[in-house]
Ligand binder design. Sequence first.
Ligand code: FAD
Ligand code: NAD
Length: 475
Amino acid sequence: MSRTFDVVVIGGGPGGYIAAIRASQHGLTVACIDEWKNRDDSHAFGGTCLNAGCIPSKALLESSELFHKAQHEFSAHGISTSEIKLDLARMQDRKAGIVKQLTGGIGALFKANKVEGLVGHGRLLAGRKVEFTSADGKVEVIEAKNIILAGGSTPIELKVAPFNGTTILDSWGALDIAEVPGTLGVVGAGVIGLELGSVWNRLGAKVTVLEAMDEFLFMADKELAKAAQRQFKKQKLDIKLGAKVTAAKAGKKGVTVSYEDKSGAQELVVDRLVVAVGRKPNSQGLFGDDAGIQVDQRGFIIVDDECRTGVAGVYAIGDCVRGPMLAHKASEEGVMAADLIAGEIAEVNYKVIPSVIYTSPEIAWVGQTEEQVKASGKTYKTGSFPFAASGRAKAMEQTAGMVKIISSSEDDEVLGVHIMGPMAGELISEAVLAMEFTASTEDIQRTIHAHPSLAEAIHEAALSVDNKALNALNK
Ligand code: FAD
Ligand code: NAD
């Protein structure tokens, strides 16, 4: 007799494992199937985020920033050091240790929540059945009242620069480099390109980033994107815009990258090349042809606002469906799907999903950019506050950047908050909460912020919307 569960989740990343835990919290019987394989062939739950994405990249960003600070910023605090040396093997071990602890933690959470973790491949069949092929090749058909597809995504490979695992790398490979390359090329000045480019730049590589678009950080508010570009230039991150890669050839001396820009054909020779030009949904192999699941032209599973596919009882969440490819978006969709399965009312507020780029300074935003508000035809006001005028930022020696707030002229509702500066990724949460509650700038103006804190910059930016900033000149 086949095993039956109330919910079977296929995929154990931040979308899938969170959905499984929430479903079990509702008293449902749950299995979560995941096939992630590490380089040593070991299995770990956690998907891209924990194994090869958010967590290892943030571990290296933190370590490399400390290395850079010790070399270049300690002296400003009156701290002198003898020669600062890099022990990259230890840095990589620390990263691996954090990943291991967190992925291992999911096993413990599954046990505590009575989620059955199944290691292997899952495939949705017709009639709410799931074919499970275990790691040792045994095939079992499981019955499920509800199924959540959470297959995630994988890096896009460029035909002109195929990955070879040694010198032409994807983002996972770029996290595992064992020796600081003398020169590193990065294709794509998106989130991964900037974060991982920063890591290796801080550790001593000469980094050149080739971006096909003419505009830098097209998805961010233009004013912030421009300010960020200036910061990266100061950090000697060489970002070439309008650079279209036409070929990459690996040879004995590294990788020869051919690209075209405004001035014509160009060539760049680097020790290693990282290709970070986006990710594609991992929907192949996730469901059979007769399962009834529809995908769009780019392979994303088609779902409605509640993550329902066209098949009754089958949901899809996270990177394999429309919307930003972010771990917190995947998790929130997982929670929503599990709550809906349990008969509760649930929704994801897609208008207030924060974005964070963990460079130095960090860049974070929520809601609309000024360009988007302008294009919508709404009348609006803006206010901003520079971290150069923040006592806390000065004490931290981190005064680059600002907070910018955009709100409606009609009813003062906050429409977008854009931050570049120290801990922007933490600060943005206040803005997310404000927007979740449809706050006005006046609400933020009347909220007491601790002094001295970085969050005061949000308070002052809100005051500046109405020309009432107290610690900076108004417009
Ligand atoms: P995934 O995390 O990709 O998990 C999917 C899982 O399903 C995988 O384990 C996969 O093996 C498994 N699977 C797929 N198909 C099957 C099948 N048929 N059977 C069994 N198992 C299957 N996002 C952020 O929000 N913040 C960050 O700081 C951040 N940093 C990142 C840094 C890097 C370098 C990268 C690459 C990504 C980063 N992301 C970040 C993006 C984030 O990792 C993804 O948005 C997130 O992991 C998506 O979650 P998911 O659960 O949809 O998919
Ligand atoms: P991305 O979409 O952020 O950036 C890709 C960049 O590559 C774009 O700027 C694009 O114009 C450029 N590009 C595309 N084709 C090119 C080509 N042929 N030559 C040169 N440039 C080209 O994608 P990514 O950086 O690969 O990241 C993938 C996903 O992972 C993103 O959706 C992101 O949300 C997520 N992620 C998030 C975080 C975070 O939240 N901090 C960190 C890393 C990754």
